[in-house]
Design a protein around this ligand. Structure first.
Ligand code: ZN
Length: 106
C-alpha cells in the first residue's frame, strides 16, 4: 500500500499509515483482474502515477510460486474508489502502448 499523504509504503490491510497516521482509503474497487506477473506490472505502473494499489489473490493465499496460470493465481487489482476512473484511464493508456514483455496477450 502506498500512503496517499506521505507516500510511504506499508503493509496492505492496515487501517492507517504507520508513519504519518493518514487513514487508508476507506473503500476500494476492483479495477481489473489479472494473472501474475501482470499484477505487479500494473501495481508499479499505477503507483508510479501516484495511485495506491492493493493486490488480492482469489483465495487470499498470496503468491504461490510455480502456480502462475490458473484460477488460483488470479489476482484482483484494487484501487481507492475515488481514484477508479483515473486508474482506468491510466490502464487504458498503458494498454494502448505496443506490447513489449506482454507477449502472451492476444
Ligand atoms: Zn503516511
Amino acid at each position: 500500500m502506498l500512503c496517499t499523504n506521505c507516500r510511504q509504503h506499508y503493509a496492505d490491510g492496515l487501517m492507517r499509515c504507520p508513519s504519518c497516521g493518514q487513514p487508508a482509503p476507506a473503500s476500494w474497487d476492483i479495477l481489473t483482474t489479472v494473472y501474475p506477473p501482470q499484477d505487479d506490472i500494473i501495481k508499479s505502473w499505477l503507483e508510479s502515477c501516484g495511485i495506491p494499489v492493493i493486490l488480492r489473490s482469489r483465495e487470499g493465499i498470496g503468491r504461490v510460486q510455480g502456480l502462475s496460470i490458473g484460477p488460483l493465481a488470479e489476482v484482483r487489482v484494487m484501487v481507492p474508489r475515488d481514484r477508479l476512473s483515473e486508474a482506468r484511464e491510466l490502464l487504458a493508456a498503458r494498454d494502448a502502448q505496443p506490447p513489449d514483455e506482454d507477449q502472451s496477450r492476444e
